[in-house]
Design a protein around this ligand. Structure first.
Ligand SMILES: Cc1cc2nc3c(=O)[nH]c(=O)nc-3n(C[C@H](O)[C@H](O)[C@H](O)COP(=O)(O)O)c2cc1C
Length: 219
């Protein structure tokens, strides 16, 4: 069988232009912080749809594109998600997490309360798709975690570029999302990303990022 190939349209830039773009992008991304206190102010959903379109350009194992993004804007559903998440998180914080985990979380100031799930104007719930079913045939996807992680990274970068604040939230366990959002059994919840503008009085923990020399080695 013959498969079709098309010419790749590559834009070649000058060295200076490349350096400026790389430096500008780093500056932009270095300003990203996880926000846990959102303004309820709404904005055009198109902004999020465009960011999800960007996420959908991610590379994926064997091009299976094993992701699904659900935008939740209904207040009732956000509330339902908050109640279910807080139930699990209370159990986790009070009974399931070992002390070492709680100690690691202490500088972030988090606890089982998840008000942001209700106040953020939109939640993006990311699902991973491990396989598809057609005519009783099961088709397995490849490198699903890696693929969905890359797509989510592009999503976060795109929302940052748009000028919106985000949080990467993983209530654990989060099977409740499958039920509340009525997803098929082959879609597994991966992350919740509340999106919006930060509350006026939003604060973020004063934590440091590793330096380039700590995260990079050249051989
Ligand atoms: C996979 C993943 C899961 C996370 N889960 C949570 C979470 O459930 N709740 C939360 O408040 N922050 C969560 N975070 C956010 C991290 O705490 C945060 O990224 C980290 O402290 C660094 O802060 P920064 O994002 O402001 O740079 C998560 C981040 C990642 C990448």
């Amino acid at each position: 069988m013959k498969f079709k190939f098309i010419k790749y349209n590559f834009v070649k830039r000058t060295d200076e232009e490349c350096l400026k773009r790389a430096s500008d992008f780093f500056e932009l991304m270095n300003k990203r912080r996880s926000v846990r206190s959102f303004s309820p102010v709404k904005f055009d959903r198109k902004l999020i749809e465009l960011a999800i379109s960007a996420a959908g350009t991610a590379p994926s194992g064997a091009n299976k594109q094993p992701w699904k993004f659900i935008i939740v804007e209904s207040y009732e559903i956000k509330k339902e998600i908050r109640i279910a998440a807080e139930k699990e998180e209370k159990e986790s914080y009070e009974k399931r997490m070992p002390q070492s985990w709680l100690d690691d979380l202490a500088p972030l100031g988090t606890d089982w309360r998840k008000e942001f799930l209700e106040t953020a104007p939109y939640l993006i719930v990311v699902f991973k798709i491990d396989f598809t079913k057609s005519d009783s045939e099961l088709k397995k996807h490849y490198y699903v975690n890696e693929s969905v992680g890359i797509a989510t990274g592009i999503l976060l970068a795109s929302l940052q570029n748009t000028g919106l604040a985000t949080l990467t939230h993983t209530p654990s366990p989060m099977n409740f999302l499958q039920k509340i959002l009525n997803r098929p059994s082959n879609e597994k919840p991966y992350l919740i990303i509340p999106v919006g503008y930060p509350a006026e009085d939003a604060v973020v923990p004063d934590i440091k990022r590793k330096s380039l020399s700590e995260i990079l080695e050249v051989t």
